[in-house]
Design a protein around this ligand. Sequence first.
Ligand code: SF4
Length: 252
Amino acid sequence: MNRCLTNLCRIEFPVTYRCNGRCIHCSEAGRRGISAHIDGDIAAKAIKRVASEYKITSVMTFGGEPLLYPEDVYKIHSAARDCCVASREIITNGCFSRDCAVLRSTARRLAESGCNRVLLSVDAFHQKTLPIEPAKIFAEELLGISGVTVKTNPAWISGRGADNPYDAVTERLVSEFEKMGVPSAKGNVIFPAGNAKKYLAEYFDPEKEYVNPYEEDPHDVKSISIDPDGGIFGGNIYRTDIIKILDGYTGE
Ligand code: SF4
């Protein structure tokens, strides 16, 4: 086992960078030109290979909007379930379709595939370009399915109760979901990257050095992320066995 990966326990799939939203805080906005989405069969095979060598406890799909490619998402979560990965999460805007029947059937198939935690991106930023109703229908369907938890996962400028117009709107939106029985996860405080750096500059201190909360020690990697085009650590799972790629990782 690669010493840099001794504590590896999580595999992330940004399924695609495509998105039907246009959020002003989006950290992935600059990557929109990358049109690829992950191939669910190859991703599933990669999960099985990694889980055979490492103690993987968490698999997450997100994006872009992952449910623009639901079949690939189902395959990823099915593979995670088959490998006894305990936490099988998705982050979605819940607004991947305006068709009520599609929203409801996607919720059911997602649960059937093995996904057991759905985090809904609901906040002042997402709802500037995405309607709230589809996310509510999607959440309502999930609430009726056992074995799946659904929570809102808002992005905050500072946090709940903070004195700024964005967080006030987010608080109201999150409360609407709470009234439906959908609790709120902690969410995340916006990091100055991508669109956020461009459009929300007034909320960041130009003198302060912000630390990306998602960055980790390259010599003690706990989580790996496989790009929509299959890329990881300079290799590609479409061409090379993922274990071989992981074995060659040096942390440099
Ligand atoms: S829904 Fe997510 S990925 Fe899409 S634009 Fe908004 S923040 Fe970015």
